[in-house]
Write a protein that binds this ligand. Sequence first.
Ligand code: ATP
Ligand code: PRP
Length: 205
Amino acid sequence: MLTIALSKGRILEQTLPLLKKAGLKIADAELNSRKLILDTNLDDVKVIVIRATDVPVFLQHGAADIGIAGKDVLLEHGANGLFELLDLGIAKCKLMVAARDEGKLKQSTLKIATKYVNSAKRHFEGKNQQIEIIKLYGAMELAPVVGLAHCIVDLVDTGNTLKANGLVPLEHIENISTRLVVNAASFKTKNVQIKSWVQAIEKNL
Ligand code: ATP
Ligand code: PRP
């Protein structure tokens, strides 16, 4: 049995067609149900649909063999016990520092609102900047506007959300896209099955 963990939300919509092209189908009735483990057209493959941030956790503990998650989530969680095998090239965006203007970054201790605590720390440590992190779970763009933080570290695609809130992108941290990752132990014990899925997906990218 192979268990594939998919990220809910925006990645899911773009992942399903890739799986379908590789021969894995999940009926709409399954997707629209309240079930957490979904049957597929194949008896030996199950799918779980979970929050994006939980995908590396399930994988690391061996509760799933293959996972689909954003590079932002993987960078934040760390790669212990996981192998990243494919860049699916979907849900592309950039992890960036943004503020109302460049001058806001000139602080002896820079207050940063973000859900990407580890990535933000790594970025500013590399610049020898002293920081204070304010951990948020969403609506990061609001923080500089209401004086909660000097800047944010968040994902930027079109830039519309920044613009709508009077912020500008200032520093690039990473290019982000969706990756296929595997549990390191599964990659050994189910190597043939995993490799054939990875090849089938890669062929259709
Ligand atoms: P959760 O609700 O679990 O906190 P989320 O709100 O971050 O997750 P989504 O907005 O569906 O979930 O984003 C999932 C993934 O999609 C992100 O981890 C990132 O890799 C990618 N992503 C997020 N925002 C964008 C965007 N604006 N453009 C392109 N890709 C994005
Ligand atoms: C993401 C991200 C930014 C926005 C950037 O949010 O957190 O707010 O997209 O995209 P843009 O540059 O094209 O405007 P999302 O839409 O996923 O909402 P959420 O963070 O509330 O889940």
